[in-house]
Design a protein around this ligand. Structure first.
Ligand SMILES: [Zn+2]
Length: 427
């Protein structure tokens, strides 16, 4: 599949169907918030799904949408509002996700200021009309945050609701639809490896290789807002699954295991960072207190032990402020001439400024756990929040081609290293 398909997916989410459900039955598709007993998670703040109606202006806001986040609306003048999108817990990574719907009885220009006490506005607003298409708010519509003024949106609103989101939201069903597109091209083995805190199925799929083939592990979306990371994962996996001579040869030799959505509850709830209990899943690869990470860890161990199959490369897709690859300092494959060094060099033929940031395998993040458990190169593949869709797609497809070339030449697995991953969250 080409870039056009990826773009179409990005700009044609399933919101219309969700909207219809929400309008008919107050979001019957979204389970009501419920947090299982966990004293340590007492500080988690689940948003109330509701409407804020302002009769004087005939304007109303609501958050009754999957992936929405809106925790307060204050009218500060005629057609002028402040919206709050508070994090699910504190302290929290500065990823202020927001998502809401706004409509007016009569066409009007509405001013909306974004308020996040203690945090700065991060995501440029994406506007959707509910027909599946999204666009960036224009420079005339959006004024970024300044020292003396909050980020402010000034938009035309009418009876047709306007969606305002930090990124075009991807829902759990979008990941399943995407998996369906992969399954139409080749046989894949789908499975549910666990349940989220709120009981949603945690899904993976595998393709290529025999039962004891080397294993490439690709996971994503531990963190709810990180849309561009998902887009890169899609292009990457589509390239491995493509009907090309190189991909077919690769699939003869290597089995690929894909978990596109590790944190479905966080996405549905519109969390900034955590799962339903507000826990950062990419700080749980050591404590394993959360069902999502625990189930994935057990599943990966079950696939590698007793079968002779070894993980030979692991990738975890994320988004941050710019494109960067986080690697493990101790990984011998990083040394000049090593497999990981060659893969990164191949990526830099397309993206010369691509940064690599190694760090010691200490913090309980997925890449450290995978490296320490399997002795294989493990990379956190970070995509910039604003990296253009065509650019991130081209690089992720190129990265997949380069990785196939690499793994067709050699399997870069060393002895399992002696690591001490900290059980605590030390950052
Ligand atoms: Zn992340």
């Amino acid at each position: 599949m080409g870039t056009s398909v990826l773009r179409r997916r990005l700009f044609s989410s399933r919101l219309p169907a969700s909207l219809a459900l929400c309008l008919l039955a107050a979001c019957a598709s979204v389970p009501p918030p419920s947090v299982p007993e966990d004293p340590a998670a007492a500080a988690v703040r689940l948003q109330e799904r509701r409407e804020w109606a302002f009769a004087k202006d005939g304007v109303r806001f609501d958050n009754r949408l999957t992936a929405a986040r809106l925790t307060g609306v204050t009218r500060t003048g005629a057609y002028t509002y402040v919206v709050d999108a508070a994090p699910e817990t504190r302290p929290v990574n500065p990823s202020p996700w927001y998502g809401f719907r706004v409509a007016a009885e009569r066409p009007a220009t509405v001013r909306i200021a974004f308020r996040y006490p203690g945090f700065q506005h991060r995501y440029h607003p994406k506007l959707g009309s509910g027909d599946g298409r999204w666009r960036d708010a224009s420079p005339e519509e959006f004024e970024p945050e300044r020292d003396d003024a909050p980020a402010t949106l000034r938009i035309e609103v009418g009876p047709q609701p306007l969606l305002v989101f930090a990124q075009p939201p991807l829902e759990p069903g979008d990941f399943e639809d995407w998996t369906d597109t992969i399954a139409r091209g080749l046989p894949i083995e789908r499975s549910v490896f666990g349940r989220s805190v709120q009981g949603r199925p945690l899904r993976m799929f595998e393709f290529g290789g025999s039962d004891d083939a080397p294993l490439l592990v690709v996971i994503g979306r531990q963190h709810p807002p990180e849309n561009t990371g998902s887009q890169a994962l899609f292009g990457f996996v589509e390239t491995l699954a493509a009907d090309t001579p190189r991909a077919r040869a690769f699939r003869e030799r290597v089995r690929t295991l894909v978990v596109p959505l590790v944190n479905p509850d966080g996405i549905v709830e519109g969390h900034w960072r955590g799962n339903l209990r507000g826990r950062d899943l990419n700080r749980d690869w050591g404590p394993f207190t959360e069902p999502e990470t625990r189930a994935l860890m057990q599943s990966l161990l079950a696939r590698s032990e007793g079968t002779g199959r070894r993980v030979v490369f692991a990738l975890d897709f994320h988004s941050t402020f710019h494109d960067v690859l986080y690697t493990v300092t101790e990984d011998p494959a990083r040394q000049p001439g090593g497999a990981l060094a060659r893969w990164i060099a191949a990526l830099r033929t397309l993206s010369p400024g691509l940064e690599e940031k190694p760090s010691p395998a200490v913090r309980p993040v997925f890449k450290n756990w995978a490296f320490c458990r399997f002795g294989a190169p493990a990379v956190t593949y970070e995509v910039g929040d604003t990296t253009p869709a065509a650019e991130l797609d081209a690089l992720s497809r190129h990265a997949a081609q380069a990785l196939m070339d690499l793994l067709l030449q050699e399997l870069p697995v060393g002895p399992v290293p002696a690591c001490t991953i900290s059980a605590g969250n030390d950052d």
